[in-house]
Design a protein around this ligand. Structure first.
Ligand code: NAD
Ligand code: DAU
Length: 358
């Protein structure tokens, strides 16, 4: 069966990796990307696939109903992988409005447009809408709590997490009420190539390359469950191929690491792999700064349902994944250097100054 797959947010980090994965893994499928190219979107991430004609790129917002409706019809979309979002927790604290607009209203617009499109086609059983979400909807774990799983009650604590939780509820409501073939996934922290350098891992790597301070929030003991982005893409592929409509799947790496330990590993890898560095050893750049307001202490995912039902498990260990990530950033200054615009540098400086002098 040939699919016509719409990937929203395909110029971003995870969806960009998913576009590359899908183009290679499913050569017969048609691929369409809808992306607003916000500060986090980078056409360069998928430019070779757009320029070769493999991917049809539509520049626009998921909140634009008429655009989305026309796109679904024009491209004969049968499947949607919905990843477009405002994704950075710190930005959701300083400016929550865009998160409500894109993550909640945008998801509503997409669901409604896809429902109309699906109904007009006679409600085909094999069409799918995969809503990609986060483990942050479950709240925060104490050190000895069991990991989050599909039955964990929702308890979002940041504006970002609350907006994603709302969008998850919308997606499930459209499945329950209208029978739309919707699936939801909740994933832990991703890392890997094409990661925008405001998130901890790429920010640390680029600050080391530039000799800038590495800001570690609070005591550095907050724990995240890290998953290499290609493993996440393989999970999304399995869910779209074989997941049960109406189902929810938790995706995680079984790789819990405290932030300070992670930063130490990144510093040591950079010392080993980078030919030249302004400051060596890189650990000398670490600065403890004011904590993120409401900072969730620990996330961890139990992905056993996905392993049992769909035969997925992570293939990349954190040691290998971090090494590959460091090597990728060292080899691709052409990708990240243009992102260091004056505006972006000013944003980072203001974040850093606020945290040093709260
Ligand atoms: P990202 O910030 O790197 O990319 C988001 C993309 O969405 C960008 O290309 C941006 O231009 C686009 N976008 C933003 N608003 C849009 C709009 N209104 N219309 C169309 N496009 C728009 O995000 P990411 O980190 O790759 O996350 C992708 C998805 O995965 C999000 O839904 C996020 O909640 C979820 N997720 C992320 C992680 C993670 O660790 N990064 C983990 C679990 C789930
Ligand atoms: O858990 C999944 C989530 O992971 C996704 O839903 C989000 O979209 C994604 O951004 C990510 O959220 P986090 O807040 O966990 O990621 P971030 O890289 O911003 O921060 C990771 C940890 O590192 C967190 O505990 C905060 C801390 N941190 C972050 C930055 C940017 C620092 O100590 N210093 C920093 O400069």
């Amino acid at each position: 069966m040939t699919r016509s797959l719409l990937i929203t947010g395909g110029a971003g980090f995870i969806a960009g990796n998913l576009v590359h994965h899908w183009a290679a893994a499913h050569p017969a499928d048609r691929l369409v990307v809808l992306d607003a190219l916000t500060y986090a979107g980078n056409r360069a991430t998928i430019a070779p696939l757009i320029d070769s004609g493999r991917v049809a790129f539509v520049h626009g917002s998921i909140t634009d109903g008429p655009l989305v409706t026309a796109l679904l019809a024009d491209h004969g979309i049968t499947h949607v992988a919905h990843l477009a979002a405002e994704s950075h927790v710190d930005r959701s604290i300083s400016g929550p409005g865009a998160f409500l607009d894109t993550n909640i209203h945008g998801t509503f617009v997409l669901l409604e447009a896809f429902r109309t499109h699906w109904t007009a086609a006679g409600s085909p059983d094999h069409w799918r809408f995969l809503h990609v979400s986060t483990d942050e909807v479950f709240g925060s774990l104490e050190p000895h709590d069991p990991a989050f799983h599909e039955g964990t009650p929702y308890a979002p604590r940041s504006p970002y997490a609350a907006s994603k939780a709302a969008s998850d509820h919308l997606a499930r409501a459209w499945q329950h009420t209208y029978g739309l073939p919707v699936l939801v996934s909740n994933c832990s922290n991703n890392y890997g190539p094409y990661h925008f350098p405001e998130k901890l891992i790429p920010l640390t790597l680029i600050n080391i390359l530039l000799g800038r301070p590495i800001p570690v929030y609070g005591d550095g003991q907050n724990v995240r469950d890290w998953l290499f982005v290609e493993d996440h893409c393989r999970a999304l592929d399995r869910i779209l191929e074989a997941g049960t409509p109406g189902g929810t799947y938790c995706i995680g790496g079984c790789n819990e690491v405290a932030n300070l330990d992670l930063v130490h590993q990144l510093c040591d890898l950079m010392d080993e792999l980078a030919p030249e560095l302004p400051v060596r050893p890189s650990r000398g750049l670490i600065r403890f700064v004011a904590d993120r307001p409401g900072h969730d202490r620990r996330y961890a995912i139990d992905a056993s349902l996905l392993q049992r039902e769909l035969g997925w498990q992570p293939q990349v260990t954190v040691a290998e994944g971090l090494r590959r990530t460091v090597a990728w950033y060292l080899a691709h200054p052409d990708w990240w250097r243009p992102l260091l615009s004056d505006t972006y540098a000013a944003y980072l400086d203001s974040q850093y100054a606020q945290r040093l002098n709260p």
